[in-house]
Design a binder for this molecule. Structure first.
Ligand SMILES: C=C1C[C@]23C[C@@]1(O)CC[C@H]2[C@@]12CC[C@H](O)[C@@](C)(C(=O)O1)[C@H]2[C@@H]3C(=O)O
Ligand SMILES: O=C(O)CCC(=O)C(=O)O
Ligand SMILES: [Fe+2]
Length: 359
């Protein structure tokens, strides 16, 4: 029996002043009927590029242990945290997101998520005196990566079960591959609205009256698939197109088009999945990478989230399988090419259009 249901209630955010409700898809990964689950995942990826996963098999202990160790780390003094080095690519970051001037009310740790023997990044930590090394955090992250990577691969394998993708190269195999470029990011957002007016989202500055800070500006994730978990503090919002599911293969317009920001209610027992840019390219634009952002809440507790970004080895060629080539939208490119283009741009910039075939 298919247990996946549509039970999630979300309130609309600006630009629509009227609060209506929207149901986001919920996928039950324990469902025995894999082809039915596959269809539901594909539908969710086409319509929203985003869905909730329950009964995912990640032990709650693995999540809480990682959150506790992360909290211990973020509670240290600034100079202590900085000893792990800047996030280049792995390390500790504060307010600066990337290297192109993007700011957010967030502290974070970037770690190797490849599941390889040195994961998360042993070498970077060698230069840190042992009493400052977040060893317990590192081992909690390693254990979490082990299981969450399995969930990401399972979801990708389920996607390749759909008729149109049968015979295509294994998507899960990309993330399982030796040398995969997956990353783990732990985000920590301040409590009580953060207290800064400088980084408010555009909707608030325009007089929305919602005086909250912006934790993480709007963007899409560049990799194949993101698996996200958070504590019980909200703030995540996803952009839902008014005509969600129109499937025009042109969803890289940088937040243009009609739609609304939809608040994602926190659920520490669930995982959330984002379609990334690479999956949009592989599906020839049939799936759309979801734009999302994090606004600060007035909660007295900080929000913490852990994002696993599943990415293939750098030299992997990204192209859509022949079955989906009605009119190929993008030219083939490597993840390395795409990553370079992404990291040289601003957070909110759209980048997939750079790889569109000339018409
Ligand atoms: C401003 C930037 C930060 C980012 C690299 C970029 O130049 C553009 C994409 C950003 C993003 C968004 C999703 C992930 O959080 C991230 C790790 C990624 O792969 O792309 C970040 C990058 C980052 O924080 O370095
Ligand atoms: O903190 C969150 O919920 C989302 C973070 C995010 O979008 C990211 O790290 O790319
Ligand atoms: Fe993201």
């Amino acid at each position: 029996m298919v247990v996946a249901s549509h039970t999630q209630e979300c309130l609309n955010q600006p630009p629509s002043e009227k609060a209506t409700t929207l149901q986001l898809p919920v996928i039950d990964l324990s469902c025995a009927d894999r082809s039915a689950t596959s269809r539901l995942i594909v539908e969710a990826c086409e319509k929203y590029g985003f869905f909730k996963v329950v009964n995912h098999g990640v032990p709650f202990d693995a999540i809480t242990r990682l959150e506790e160790e992360s909290l211990r780390f973020f509670s240290r003094t600034g100079p202590e945290k900085q000893r792990v080095g800047a996030p280049n690519p792995f390390g500790y970051g504060f307010k600066n997101i990337g290297f192109n001037g993007d700011l957010g009310e967030v502290e974070y740790l970037m770690m190797d998520g490849s599941g390889g023997s040195s994961s998360p990044d042993d070498e970077t930590l060698e230069c840190i005196p042992p009493d400052h090394r977040p060893d317990n955090l590192r081992s909690a992250a390693r254990a979490y990566v082990e299981v969450v990577r399995g969930v990401a691969c399972e979801i990708l394998d389920l996607i390749t079960l759909t008729e149109e993708l049968l015979g295509a190269p294994s998507l899960g195999g990309m993330i399982r591959a030796e040398g995969n470029d997956s990353v783990l990011r732990i985000n920590f957002y301040p409590a009580n609205g953060g207290g800064s007016a400088d980084v408010r989202p555009a909707a608030s500055r325009a007089g929305g009256g919602d005086d909250v800070g912006l934790g993480f500006g709007e963007h899409t994730d560049p990799q194949v698939l993101t698996v996200l978990t958070s504590n019980d503090v909200g703030g995540l919002q996803v952009w839902v197109r008014q005509e969600a599911g129109d499937g025009d293969g042109d969803g890289d317009g940088g937040g243009s088009g009609r739609g609304w920001w939809t608040a994602v209610p926190p659920d520490p027992t669930a995982l959330w999945v984002n379609v990334g840019d690479l999956l949009q390219a592989i599906t020839n634009g049939r799936f759309e990478s979801v734009r999302h952002r994090v606004v600060l809440t007035t909660s007295s507790k900080p929000r913490m989230s852990v994002a696993f970004f599943g990415a293939p080895p750098l030299d992997t060629l990204i192209s859509s399988p022949n079955q989906l080539h009605h009119q190929p939208v993008y030219r083939p490119f490597t993840w390395s090419e795409y990553k370079t283009a992404t990291y040289s741009r601003k957070l909110g910039d759209s980048r997939l259009h750079l790889f569109r075939r000339c018409e």
